[in-house]
Design a protein around this ligand. Structure first.
Ligand SMILES: *Cc1c(COP(=O)(O)O)cnc(C)c1O
Ligand code: SF4
Length: 382
């Protein structure tokens, strides 16, 4: 069976170097905009696609020793100007020297996932849902990834015996009604392997919902092929969560991938990470979320970027997230407004942060303000 790492490695569909100019005419890309045919997996390959000084190359080699590097051709093709280190697409996939700047407030496992793990691959933090890590592999390694700890012991699929133990635990704990199949990216597994895991999970009567977390529609949309859809369609309780962080990631191909999954009856939600210089701007976030609703992908969470190693440069003040919420609520469809959450250090869990709308309260009355900052009293039935 085809393992989709291969697909990510060589999809071969990005050979065209033609772009459309501002006036609609076809223009040849400059050489530095060459798009790789295969995923870029190391600094030396990356150096073929953009000019790197020898110092920069040396620093990138240091980063490569510590963190994974892999960029799919599709995602790479979305970078507008490879020489622009502030390009929001480039920032998410190309290393930055800031990753190896010492920062005392960084954790290898900020959410204490190891501590709340009941087995090597199952995190049971909330009473009625559990998170199953089926692989540490991804199609692309996001520079801001919270689960970098999984990269430390080498990239691998979770061994079948560990999956079995986790599934036994889920079966023996009937309060678990939802299993989040995560990683890594579960779609890096072959369709057959994933089917096998989903089949076992859905054979447990007490598991009512299966949620899959994947970035495939964003970084390798061609992974969503008919074989995968045919398999997923068999299950009637699957939800998929994706991670679009910037409006430019919503491309014709990613939309097609989402549509295919939706045609299988799968609702898709989005979990963005609030990233400095990428989407920490109310206008960008509003555009992203409105675009998502137009393709029927529901903005679910906006995450404060966790204090994970190598990602301090992406972190913003939590009040920026609150401000974004404030500038969206009421100003756009409620369906386009995600919940801004901070994930507590060491497994404390997700905490929503929202603007203050309750100005004061007494026993029978509360004072509220609306999105236009108009205040009014509201009778509170006792
Ligand atoms: C985020 C998360 C969940 C799911 O939380 P929801 O609020 O239901 O989306 C479950 N388990 C773990 C460990 C998580 O990090
Ligand atoms: S897809 Fe998710 S798990 Fe994989 S590198 Fe990106 S953020 Fe991390």
């Amino acid at each position: 069976m085809k393992n989709y790492e291969e697909n990510g490695e060589c999809s071969g569909s990005y050979t065209s170097l033609i772009d459309t100019g501002a006036d609609g005419s076809m223009v040849e890309d400059p050489p530095q905009r060459r798009i790789p045919k295969c995923s870029i997996k190391d600094v030396d390959s990356l150096a073929r696609y953009f000019p790197m000084s020898s110092r920069e190359k040396h620093e990138f080699h240091e980063i490569e020793k510590r963190y994974q590097l892999q960029i799919t051709p599709h995602y790479f093709s979305l970078i507008k100007d490879i020489n622009d280190s502030n390009d929001p697409i480039r920032m998410q996939c190309v290393p930055s020297v800031k990753e190896i700047t010492f920062n005392s407030e960084e954790y290898i496992d900020p959410l204490g996932e190891e501590k709340t793990s009941v087995s090597s691959c199952l995190i049971h933090r909330y009473p009625n849902r559990a998170l199953l890590i089926v692989t540490s592999k991804c199609f692309m390694y996001c520079r801001h990834c919270t689960r970098k700890r999984l990269w430390r012991n080498g990239l691998r699929e979770t061994p079948a015996c560990d999956i079995k133990k986790a599934i036994d635990y889920i079966r023996n704990n009937p309060e678990i009604r939802e299993v989040i199949v995560s990683g890594g990216d579960p779609f890096t597994l072959s369709t057959v392997k994933l089917d096998n895991i989903l089949g076992k999970l859905s054979s447990i009567d007490t598991v009512k919902v299966i949620r899959i977390g994947t970035r495939a529609p964003v970084v390798l949309p061609e992974r969503v092929d008919s074989g995968l859809c045919y398999m997923l369609e068999k299950y009637d309780n699957i939800w998929i969560n994706v991670q679009f962080n910037h409006p430019r990631e919503i491309t014709e191909m990613s939309v097609a991938a989402c549509r295919k999954l939706q045609k299988c009856g799968i609702p898709i939600s989005n979990q963005s990470v609030l990233l400095k210089g990428i989407n920490d701007d109310p206008a960008v976030m509003k555009e992203l979320c409105e675009k998502l609703t137009s393709i029927k992908v529901r903005p679910y969470y906006l995450f404060q970027c966790d204090p994970v190693v190598g990602a301090s440069h992406f972190r913003t003040s939590v009040f920026k997230g609150v401000e974004i919420m404030e500038k969206m609520r009421g100003h756009t469809s409620g369906m386009a407004v995600p919940t801004f959450v901070v994930d507590g250090i060491d497994g404390k869990g997700k905490v929503p942060l929202s603007p203050k709308y309750l100005m004061s309260s007494s026993k029978n009355s509360i004072k509220l303000r609306n999105y236009k900052f108009e205040t009014f009293d509201y009778q509170n039935p006792s």
